[in-house]
Design a protein. Structure first.
Length: 402
């Protein structure tokens, strides 16, 4: 079984290469906005939907009308149309919002599906004959499938290499854990062995990244609001603010990756609750703390890492009263609210910590399911829309895609 992985590297283009990269960003952004406008107008005026294949046929004529579109890689423009169609399909399936127009001041990116090669610390792309230097801080051992070039709002360029590799099955572990996500403590972890004997409980503190950087963000935001629109000083202030947001995001994601990797390495089965995060975000007093917790990202990391390393993730129904049910006798504390952190069962007299009791219940319910299924194939981080047939693979010091 093979999976797709992606490694992210810092790009260091020259000034000439940076100009060409920005042209790719601008052309892909123009193609996205142009065909999004076309599809919206066609539906509003004619009540008719333009199919993806009809849009693909219109791209060559648009390139004749706008000759500057020929200065960039043609396949990157085609990939933009694929991304637009994918966004539409997600909207129709109620998996996302309606596609939005792309703005120049936001994060930028474009894809290269083939005709690239990587040699040592340089990547060679169409239109970039001399190659772009990047920091190769770690090796990848699989078959590269596609590349993504991105620019963050702070002005840094990154290269993402998507590659195909075999599943690396970790040695089987005897432990099963129940993970309860919270705000006071980020996660409460309860571990049991194969005989369902209690081993240990751990409460992982909340990183509170937003709380650490919020004061600095507010100060920089006030400075930005005072600058004149369109001025260079406003641009400098915007980059400073974006750098702080980027720093906070990196700190948070580093915390999540280390914790999720530890759980995957140490345990065979992980039981989680299916939280309604969007619904919980509607609570005014808790929305900021829930957003700062990044539960959805943490669950996503657990799922795809379980697929990579042969572990199992079990999801417990959100309607199961994991916090209110006594894990000893099954009595339900129906009137419990969020302020109750510890309680005593009137039926059996057991004393419970709310979060520990919830994690124990998730283990019991998850392991009692009719069939414990491994993480589904749909949890892959990158779903490839099409496969690129490779003719050959050279040695790792010079990888080429024909």
């Amino acid at each position: 079984m093979t999976v797709f992985k992606a490694y992210r590297y810092r790009l260091y283009p020259t000034k000439v290469q940076a100009v060409l990269i920005e042209k790719h960003f601008g052309c892909c952004r123009f193609v996205w906005n142009y065909f999004l406008t076309l599809r919206k107008k066609t539906w509003e005026e004619q009540k008719k939907t333009i199919t993806f294949y009809e849009i693909k046929k219109l791209l060559p004529s648009l390139k004749k009308e706008k000759p500057w579109l020929k200065e960039v890689n043609s396949q990157s423009l085609q990939e933009t149309l694929i991304e637009l169609e994918k966004a539409y399909q997600r909207f129709f399936k109620k998996l996302g919002n309606f596609p939005a127009f792309k703005k120049k001041k936001h994060s930028q990116g474009f894809s290269i599906p083939q005709h690239f090669r990587i040699e040592n610390n340089r990547v060679y792309l169409p239109k970039f004959k001399t190659g772009i230097k990047f920091k190769k801080h770690r090796e990848f051992t699989g078959l590269p499938k596609r590349l993504h070039i991105t620019r963050t709002p702070s002005g840094k360029y990154f290269l993402s290499v998507v590659w195909e590799t075999e599943v690396n099955i970790l040695p089987e572990s005897e432990y099963t854990v129940g993970v309860d996500l919270g705000i006071k403590d980020f996660v409460t972890i309860t571990r049991v062995n194969e005989e369902n004997a209690f081993i240990e409980t751990e409460k992982v503190p909340h990183p509170k990244v937003l709380q650490r950087y919020e004061k600095r963000m507010k100060r920089l935001q006030r400075q930005l609001s005072r600058k004149q629109k369109g001025s260079k000083n406003r641009q400098k202030a915007r980059v400073k603010l974006a750098a702080v947001w980027e720093k906070a995001k990196n700190v948070k994601y580093d915390y999540l990756h280390k914790l999720s990797s530890r759980l995957i390495n140490e345990n065979q089965v992980i039981c989680l609750e299916d939280l309604n995060i969007k619904g919980m975000m509607q609570k005014r007093k808790l929305s900021k703390h829930i957003w700062d917790s990044a539960w959805a990202e943490f669950i996503r990391q657990l799922r795809y890492k379980a697929l990579w390393y042969g572990r199992k993730v079990i999801t417990v129904s959100r309607y199961y009263p994991s916090s209110k049910r006594c894990n000893s006798c099954g009595w339900i504390f129906s009137d419990m609210n969020l302020s109750v952190r510890k309680w005593e069962c009137p039926c059996c007299g057991a004393k419970h910590d709310r979060d520990i009791n919830s994690s124990l219940n998730m283990i019991r319910v998850g392991m009692d399911q009719p069939e414990i299924m491994p993480v589904e194939e749909t949890t892959k981080v990158f779903s490839m829309r099409r496969q690129v047939v490779l003719v050959k693979q050279e040695a790792m010091h010079g990888i080429s895609i024909p």
